[in-house]
Design a protein around this ligand. Structure first.
Ligand code: BG6
Length: 311
């Protein structure tokens, strides 16, 4: 029996969840949920490669952006959806040869469990643990447990457990790419009066004023010490709320025309995305005692008013 058939046999839930071969033959989980009484349907897709949620749609309308030139290959990060960043965010702090954004976004995760609640919410739990290969580049024992629950909203919870005998410190991110009609026309609320490190200005510390955030060029900002819900306002779409727990950093990123240097994001796709990432990094990195666990959660919620214009 092939790996995909074996996983389908163990984890499929009729009508809610199926394990199939996705792009590039990689294993993908397709989840469906609906609330007949309120008349909505939702769908999500998750690749075991990086435990990357690549699709979340409500009533057939996509909430996440996934690049049409993304690679779908073993050992390569997917460009779009919600890659998971751990245990360092951005370049490795001391060794430039190490992969950017850690090593779990391009690693194969395992399905630990699937379930459906009586209210129709479908849940999948994925896991990734330290191995000889990870210890060679990050010398700690850890276990990651990633729970993705789909109702009308999408909830993603990353639990990190320290299985070492001593504490360790890590960064983490749910690097969410949201689909927008045109990044030059959107604005984001929730980060007013918040301090940030500006990565396009040598990490200079700045503070947003009272106005909502509008993007007018390459943007790469690490907002710090904020647990606020961010709301994405798009004149052509419904509002999306990005809520979080256990996270004190929020990163907003769009590479603008520098995207043309990224083969997996080239072809003038950058106006169609904005990243609002649920993160712990810099002074918000997490120190975890031996035996302890930490959970960071991100929730995407599409306003129920429906899309304002044809999309
Ligand atoms: C963002 C970082 O989270 O991810 C940026 O703040 C980075 O600095 C971007 O450029 C994309 O990173 P990558 O490795 O996926 O190209």
């Amino acid at each position: 029996m092939s790996e995909v058939s074996e996983q389908s046999r163990r984890f499929n839930i009729s009508g809610s969840l199926s394990v199939v071969a996705g792009e590039g033959g990689l294993t993908k989980i397709v989840i469906k949920a609906s609330g007949a009484s309120v008349g909505w349907t939702a769908k999500a897709e998750i690749y075991l490669n990086g435990a990357t949620v690549t699709r979340y749609e409500v009533d057939g309308k996509p909430v996440l952006f996934c690049s049409r030139t993304s690679k779908f290959e073993v050992g390569k990060a997917i460009r779009g959806g919600v890659p998971i960043i751990f245990p360092w965010f951005g370049p490795h702090p001391t060794d430039p040869k190490m992969p950017q954004h850690g090593f779990v976004r391009a690693a194969e995760w395992k399905i630990l469990n699937t379930a459906r609640s009586s209210s129709g919410v479908a849940t999948v739990v994925l896991g990734f643990e330290a191995s000889e290969a990870t210890r060679a580049i990050w010398p700690h024992d850890f276990a990651l447990r990633y729970t993705v629950s789909l109702g009308r909203r999408l909830e993603m919870a990353l639990e990190v457990t320290n299985r070492s005998n001593s504490e360790f410190r890590f960064d983490e991110a749910l690097h969410t790419y949201l689909a927008v009609s045109d990044v030059r026309n959107i604005h984001i609320t929730g980060l007013e009066q918040t301090e940030y490190a500006d990565k396009v200005d040598g990490l200079a510390r700045k503070r947003l004023d009272d106005a909502p955030l509008r993007l007018t060029g390459e943007t790469d900002r690490v907002f710090l010490n904020t647990g606020a819900v961010c709301r994405l306002h798009d004149p052509a779409r419904s509002e999306i709320a990005v809520g979080k727990e256990g996270s004190l950093s929020t990163v907003v990123w769009n590479p603008w025309d520098k995207a043309e240097n990224l083969v997996d994001l080239a072809g003038n796709q950058w106006p169609g995305m904005v990243c609002i990432e649920t993160v712990n990094t810099m002074e918000n990195s997490i120190t975890l005692m031996a035996g302890a666990s930490h959970t960071m959660k991100s929730t995407l919620h599409l306003s129920s008013r429906g899309y304002r214009r044809a999309y």
